[in-house]
Design a protein around this ligand. Structure first.
Ligand code: SF4
Length: 397
């Protein structure tokens, strides 16, 4: 029969050292050191400086905790805008996969001893965003959490209670007690993330290492190649002519104005139309938004033989009283580039980056076509219709 290994607990009773014996026998010294330790613990737990990792609505409740009603200052809590002088990180709000390496980096810059409070459902489990491609399903998937403060949002009193629980935990640790880590209240089957939490037995050291490496250099990932941007022709400069929107469309050969959306113009006329409209006084770019249609799908009544495509819609308006709006669409195949409008409307720069990042629309001639909202090394396009909702994104979700 296999014997289980015997664990021996060292109680310290057999510890012998001349200096130790002298200290033990010195009258009053043990009382003095115990009192000193209590004093240090009192000082430690009543001077917790917080680094606020406040990203969204919970951050407002966090700020209210410092206001007169709760006045968290009375616990010796001071909010510091630098991790180097803070003891406690309060993560108050949603953390995305793009932020996660930066949060980890900030956490690592805090000196020991340090503690983390996860404030609100988003920090605890991702809350109702947890199935979103970009949200981390709980910060304890990449950094340790000492206290969970549930709620959406938790009110200032709840955060105060969390800080009191943290004080209690630190006092017990300093007394040498074994303190069982708090259980994430979101740890239910339905909210299990694809990345195991730090406290779970399935968590592997490789996972932690991958996160640390990604945190060192969040823009580099050896395993995912950067997205290649298709080179396209440089924007063409065409002569500007007058006329109103309908006349311009007619000039471009577009006579059919559909009832269920903007008119679809030839792809080659996209830049030209924008230039002419701007010359007519349509000086503000309102929006550029693309829709991804799978094969056989499209606008209402689409032909079943319709191939997969994007429909990119642009809207511009005149400024001032009686403002007029002009909107049009172009259709393009998934790998087909469309000329950038960034040379005509400055605001097209980031709007085109957004469509590139989330759908993969290529804008030829764009001066800086990089990812905008997702991590720099992302390889997916989450707003395409065939994107799986709860997609894992190692090493963060
Ligand atoms: S938990 Fe609720 S209140 Fe807090 S950040 Fe998330 S959505 Fe906002």
């Amino acid at each position: 029969m296999a014997m289980s290994p015997q664990r021996t607990v060292d109680t310290g009773a057999n510890f012998r050292h001349p200096l130790y014996q002298v200290l033990l026998e010195t009258p009053g010294l043990t009382v003095g050191t115990a009192a000193l330790d209590d004093l240090l613990t009192w000082g430690l737990t009543n001077a917790m400086w917080i680094f606020p990792m406040a990203t969204s609505c919970c951050g407002i409740e966090f700020m209210a905790t410092a206001a007169s009603r709760v006045d968290i200052d009375r616990m010796g809590v001071i909010v510091r805008a630098t991790p180097r002088q803070a003891d406690v990180m309060v993560v108050a709000g949603t953390i995305t996969t793009k932020m996660a390496p930066r949060v980890l980096k900030l956490w690592e810059q805090m000196p020991e001893p340090k503690w983390c409070v996860a404030m609100g459902s988003c920090a605890i489990s991702g809350d109702f965003y947890r199935n979103l491609y970009s949200v981390v399903p709980g910060v304890d998937t990449f950094m340790p959490v000492d206290v969970y403060v549930p709620g959406c949002p938790p009110n200032p009193e709840a955060l105060m209670h969390g800080m009191l629980r943290l004080q209690e935990k630190i006092q017990r640790q300093r007394r040498g007690e074994v303190v069982v880590p708090e259980v994430n209240p979101g740890l239910m089957k339905v909210t299990q993330p694809s990345v195991p939490r730090l406290t779970e037995p399935t968590r592997s050291p490789e996972q932690t290492l991958a996160q640390e490496r990604a945190s060192d250099n969040p823009t580099a990932d050896e395993e995912s190649a950067p997205l290649e941007v298709a080179a396209g022709p440089a924007p063409q400069v065409a002569p500007l002519v007058g006329g109103d929107f309908a006349a311009l469309l007619a000039e471009l050969g577009v006579t059919e104005l559909p009832a269920d959306g903007p008119p679809v113009i030839p792809l080659a006329q996209h830049l030209e139309l924008a230039r002419r409209l701007k010359a007519l006084g349509y000086r503000q770019l309102v929006t550029m938004v693309a829709t991804h249609w799978l094969a056989g799908k499209g606008r209402k009544g689409a032909d079943p033989a319709e191939p997969e495509h994007f429909e990119l819609t642009t809207a511009v308006r005149t400024i001032g009283p009686g403002s007029k709006v002009a909107a049009w669409s172009v259709r393009l195949a998934p790998d087909e580039p469309v000329l950038t409008l960034s040379g005509v409307f400055a605001g097209a720069d980031w709007q085109e980056r957004e469509q590139f990042d989330l759908l993969g629309v290529r804008f030829a001639g764009h001066p800086d076509l990089r990812r905008l909202m997702q991590t720099e090394n992302a390889t997916t396009f989450p707003l395409r219709r065939d994107f799986p909702a709860d997609a894992p994104a190692p090493p963060w979700r």
